[in-house]
Design a protein around this ligand. Structure first.
Ligand code: AOS
Ligand code: ZN
Ligand code: ZN
Ligand code: ZN
Length: 420
């Protein structure tokens, strides 16, 4: 549809030159290509429109106005990179009026429904009680009940669509000392989560996302991985911790957190993004690519040690939001950044690294990781796309086909993606 064939033909010669170099450099290049082909990253429905900040929002135009259009946008990304084969919905920002039709539309684009996300951090127009002072933690039982019922409703919607996981992110916490009894807030939250957990189908997972701060600035009730872990451990074996890369206090060693959660069997999945200051939701790999690589290094090591399937045993999602870029271009960049880190991590010589660790050869161990990180694996990632039927350079094709211009012509210049 987007002249992929012709685009690939034009770039093929240069691509093959780069590919033959890298495959001669990396021993397991063929295996890496296959793993990258299999790896899919879910696109969040809320990343398809311009995000904005509390100071303003500048629409780029042509944004999806309905759930159908959001699915079309993700389908477009997937047709270009063959790596974005799933969409993650946010309820009630996305309300499938006709689940069957929505499912069919998604299938037409080769898309599955990843985790469904509940929302108890905003009040909705038709809502009886307010979440101003929290939802699952609230001192008022009726408010907790309302929030629990919303989550159960989200599970029901997810079942209709064939989703198999619920992501719960809570903005619950407090803004000032004394506002909250921490222990009671924890207990209320746990009890509420238990009721939600009880409504999960057998084959479902519950992901509990943590975040250090914002919108509450004194305490957050699920603030870090230890707190999330404490809840999910009590909930049961269908509950897992979700790591959003932007949700830590500065300088946290996220790769170590990931390794330990994996070891405990409680790592559920990811919200990929990047940040310099806080929950910045910038393009994955744009600020701290070495950190992203080190995280994937732990993932590959830990998942292989546990005999896990890289592609299917964890939830891989992007959670990003931008004010200045075309959201679709940005998502293409994020997926590319993630794939590169994954490919680099797959190229690490595990045996040599283990040997170096066992010999306390610090320099050698560091060199092994740095060599992998400093290797240009773009041709491997491009080859994976080519084999899967995608474009050698999705971004270039997106621009040359004037995709955004076409979307603006179709949808208009002043668009507000639903929910934002
Ligand atoms: C909020 O900071 C979290 O990252 C959540 O994942 C949230 O649901 C998402 O960003 C949509 O608002
Ligand atoms: Zn100020
Ligand atoms: Zn998130
Ligand atoms: Zn966030």
């Amino acid at each position: 549809k987007y002249k992929i064939q012709q685009h690939n033909d034009d770039l093929l010669k240069a691509h093959e030159r780069r590919l033959s170099y890298i495959t001669s450099e990396i021993e397991n290049a063929e295996a890496i290509i296959q793993k990258v082909v299999d790896f899919q990253i879910a696109i969040p429905s809320w990343a398809l429109g311009t995000g904005g900040t509390r100071f303003g929002r500048f629409s780029g135009g042509g944004e999806p106005r309905t759930l159908e259009e959001k699915i079309e946008d993700v389908g477009l990304l997937h047709s270009l990179n063959q790596s974005s084969g799933a969409i993650s919905l946010h309820i009630p920002w996305d309300i499938p009026q006709d689940a069957k039709a929505i499912k069919a539309l998604a299938a037409q684009h080769g898309l599955k429904f990843d985790a469904v996300n509940s929302n108890t951090f905003q009040d909705q127009p038709d809502q009886a009680l307010t979440y101003k002072f929290g939802s699952l933690q609230n001192v008022n039982k009726a408010i907790r009940k309302q929030a629990i019922e919303h989550n159960i409703e989200v599970i029901k919607q997810g079942i209709e669509l064939g989703s198999e996981s619920l992501t719960v992110w809570l903005s619950d916490g407090s803004c000032f000392p004394g506002q909250l009894n921490f222990r009671k807030a924890y207990q209320n939250t746990l009890e509420s989560l238990q009721e939600i957990y009880a409504a999960l189908p057998e084959n479902w997972k519950l992901f509990l996302e943590y975040k250090a701060f914002e919108p509450n600035f004194y305490s957050t009730t699920v603030a870090d991985w230890g707190q999330s872990y404490s809840y999910v451990q009590k909930l049961g074996n269908k509950a897992y911790t979700l790591v959003d890369l932007g949700h830590h206090l500065p300088n946290a060693n996220i790769e170590q957190i990931v390794a330990l959660l994996l070891m405990e069997g409680k790592l559920g999945g990811f919200h990929f993004n990047d940040s310099k200051y806080g929950d910045d939701d910038l393009t994955a790999g744009s600020i701290k690519p070495y950190q992203l690589f080190l995280i994937f290094n732990e993932l590959v090591e830990g998942m292989d040690a546990r005999g896990m399937n890289h592609a299917t045993d964890l939830g891989w999602m992007i959670d990003a939001s931008h004010n200045v870029k075309d959201p679709l271009e940005d998502l293409l960049q994020s997926v590319e950044g993630i794939m590169m880190s994954y490919a680099q991590a797959l190229s690490v010589d595990r045996k040599a690294l283990e040997e170096a660790q066992n010999n306390n050869d610090v320099v050698r161990a560091q060199e092994i990781l740095q060599n992998a990180f400093r290797t240009d694996v773009r041709a491997l990632v491009a080859e994976a796309r080519l084999r899967a039927g995608g474009a050698l350079n999705p971004l270039e094709l997106y621009r040359s086909q004037k995709v955004r211009e076409n979307l603006i012509a179709e949808r208009g210049l002043k668009t507000v993606a639903t929910g934002l």
